[in-house]
Design a protein around this ligand. Structure first.
Ligand SMILES: *Cc1c(COP(=O)(O)O)cnc(C)c1O
Length: 359
């Protein structure tokens, strides 16, 4: 039998392992920061109607410029953004890949502040870039000074700032983001995958775009819009940045069905954001109740909580799994990362954590 090692694979890919959070069929899945709520029926029906309308034209390639979708994203984001400033892809991971294909590549470097999203090094690797991880402070916060120093020391071509940060939930304040945009000679991208879950939604890097043409802000429909299964991510930046991304995308990369589904879902943003509010409540409940139980949850502006103060994360992970609850061990000592669920799911999690503490 042929193994990977027998193949003429690129030298820099030898020995790597692919991204792979477990996909287990258990009753309470709190491990990959999905939206706990299903797509509401009224929204689903509207989407199906739009898909039905698009389907007969599927013999033709889709709108390569996805104009209707870009206009819908510009309207949803607000802040005076125009369609010409919007890009989209099959998940924000594809959008990040486009950014690295256009602005990174061999001989260039991507800097991020760790711990952060585990896909960044894999995306850098995929385009042959050097990955430069710079450790955060012990409480995972960042300051303008720390960011300026790291950028001065490493002179990166691209900086990814994840805010709120996965897996810690930490928001980066706008002064720090602006410091990065001023210090870097290259591209600074703020990954706002969890922006809608922030305590203060108005504190977004979108407000800085006008002053910084090399600043990019990426978002996703996977989390706030309960659309992880459809695959839609997007980005706002200067129109010249969008022109650069057109150079590297595959032709017609967004299917007609994806475009129709996303446009339909965006019409229901109010309904989707009210579900987000319920998840924010559950997120805060996890922080409050686990603190009361003697755990040490980190403050979170996302739809998950990094919980510290766990003596043996492996054992707690297994004990929760035995009770039908799947969480994530991200490899940080004495922590587990737990996604906010529905009220019932969160109650199940908190009862299990209380029982484990009592044991
Ligand atoms: C979930 C997540 C994304 C979204 O990925 P999609 O490809 O849009 O599903 C992006 N960035 C971070 C940090 C995430 O946690």
């Amino acid at each position: 039998m042929t193994s990977l090692d027998d193949l003429p694979i690129r030298d820099d890919l030898r020995g790597l392992t692919p991204y792979g959070a477990p996909q287990l069929d258990v009753p309470v899945r709190l491990n990959v920061n999905e939206n706990a709520y299903r797509v509401p029926e009224a929204v689903a029906l509207d989407i199906v109607q739009q898909l039905a309308r698009a389907l007969p034209d599927a013999n033709r390639y889709p709108d390569r410029e996805f104009d209707a979708l870009r206009a819908a994203f510009a309207g949803y984001l607000g802040h005076g953004l125009q369609s010409a400033q919007i890009w989209a892809g099959n998940g924000s991971n594809e959008v990040l890949q486009h950014v690295l294909q256009a602005f990174g590549g061999p001989g260039r470097s991507l800097l991020s502040f760790t711990p952060t999203y585990s896909m960044y090094p894999l995306l850098a690797q995929g385009v042959g870039m050097r990955w430069v991880p710079v450790p955060r402070a012990d409480d995972f916060t960042l300051t303008p000074q720390a960011v300026r120093e790291a950028i001065a020391e490493h002179d990166p071509d691209v900086v990814f700032l994840c805010s709120p940060n996965n897996p810690t939930g930490t928001a980066i304040d706008l002064e720090t983001i602006e410091a990065a945009a001023e210090a870097a000679r290259g591209i600074v991208l703020v990954d706002e995958a969890y922006a809608e879950f922030a305590h203060d939604r108005s504190r977004t890097a979108l407000t800085l775009l006008e002053r910084h043409p090399r600043l990019l802000v990426s978002r996703t429909m996977s989390k706030a819009f309960a659309f992880a299964g459809i695959r839609v991510g997007y980005l706002a930046a200067d129109p010249a940045v969008i022109d650069a991304l057109r150079l590297v995308r595959l032709p017609y990369h967004l299917s007609a069905l994806t475009q129709a589904a996303a446009v339909a879902a965006l019409r229901h943003s109010d309904a989707m954001l009210s579900r987000v509010d319920e998840l924010r409540t559950q997120r805060d409940r996890i922080v409050d109740e686990l603190t009361a139980l003697g755990y040490r949850p980190y403050p979170s502006d996302a739809n998950f909580v990094l919980v510290g103060g766990i003596d043996d994360p492996r054992a707690t992970f297994e004990a929760l799994l035995e009770r039908g609850i799947l969480v994530r061990d991200v490899g940080l000592p004495h922590t587990l990362r737990i996604t906010a669920g529905t009220a019932a799911e969160t109650t199940a999690l908190l009862s299990a954590m209380a029982a484990l503490r009592a044991e």
